[in-house]
Design a protein around this ligand. Structure first.
Ligand code: AMP
Length: 280
């Protein structure tokens, strides 16, 4: 496409989608874009003839006490950031398009979604897999791009794609960080003053565990202990979970071998942050 097209309704979206040359790359987002999102779009652009970005704040993946109402949104700013990247189609479906009246069809991944984030945020992944499956059906991309920042989400989407035989390659791109190490997130805007500094504790804890690993430690409990120690030293931080688990199944490990995910969720004041490192 010569020009970036913005579509909201389903018919309008489908008309433009039919004009796109394969391979088509999809980058699903909830908007309020930052460099993390843009890195996925650039990765898609490098490998795909056509790129579709979806922007949809998906209500079903937010719990009743979560930040749906105040989740940051700024479509005009998002479009300005996307425009220079050569995206073909930006789809901003409305809630009525994604969840028509009487909606009752869900996609759910089982065991993998019960751990870590799933344990803390019941129903979250059911919302994620349902909306991503719907995006996959509508866009029919050859490739779809996700961030390592949301490691469990990426693992769940990989599982769903295999289980439902979607003919889509799932590409997971590295976490983009601020200069000081804080993983970029739309929710970082909630961090003010001292909380912004305290938020670095996630990166510090992961780096400390990685250092211990690189020095030869393979006892997973030791790596978890190291992360806990660093987090407890930060008075503004309240740990929700820390994990040293198999990269694909997310089962907690006793001994580190193969591709391993160090991950955590930490409350800094009222802001909930997640981060992870991959050991391989
Ligand atoms: P969101 O808008 O938060 O739903 O994120 C949309 C996509 O961007 C997801 O695949 C995220 O994993 C990815 N993403 C978010 N933050 C980052 C980051 N700092 N680095 C890389 N990818 C990210």
């Amino acid at each position: 496409m010569e020009q970036m097209i913005l579509a909201s309704g389903l018919d309008e979206f489908r008309t433009v989608r039919l004009l796109l040359d394969p391979p088509v790359g999809l980058v699903p987002t909830m908007g309020y874009l930052h460099e993390g999102h843009l890195s996925l779009i650039r990765a898609a652009k490098a490998k795909c003839k056509s790129v579709v970005v979806s922007i949809f704040v998906n209500p079903t993946q937010f719990g009743p006490n979560e930040d749906l109402a105040k989740y940051p949104r700024d479509l005009q700013h998002d479009l300005k950031l996307i425009e220079p990247l050569g995206v073909d189609l930006v789809w901003t479906p409305t809630v009525d398009v994604m969840y028509p009246n009487g909606f009752q069809t869900w996609v759910e991944v089982d065991t993998l979604t019960k751990r870590l984030e799933g344990e803390m945020r019941p129903g979250h992944f059911k919302g994620v897999t349902t909306v991503v499956a719907k995006l996959f059906n509508a866009v029919q991309p050859q490739k779809a791009y996700f961030g390592q920042k949301d490691a469990q989400q990426a693992a769940v989407i990989r599982r769903m794609t295999q289980d439902l035989n979607f003919p889509i390659e799932i590409v997971v791109c590295p976490t983009v960080r601020e200069k000081d190490g804080l993983a970029m997130s739309s929710r970082n805007r909630y961090l003010e003053g001292e909380d912004r500094k305290a938020a670095l504790v996630l990166f510090r804890a992961l780096s400390a565990a990685k250092e211990v690993y690189e020095a030869g430690e393979r006892n997973a409990e030791e790596l978890r202990r190291k992360m806990k120690e660093v987090i407890s030293a930060e008075p503004r931080a309240q740990m929700q979970y820390i994990s040293c688990a198999d990269y694909d199944t997310l089962e907690e490990l006793e001994t580190v071998k193969g591709k391993t995910l160090l991950s955590m969720a930490v409350l800094i004041g009222k802001t909930r942050l997640i981060d992870n490192f991959v050991l391989s």
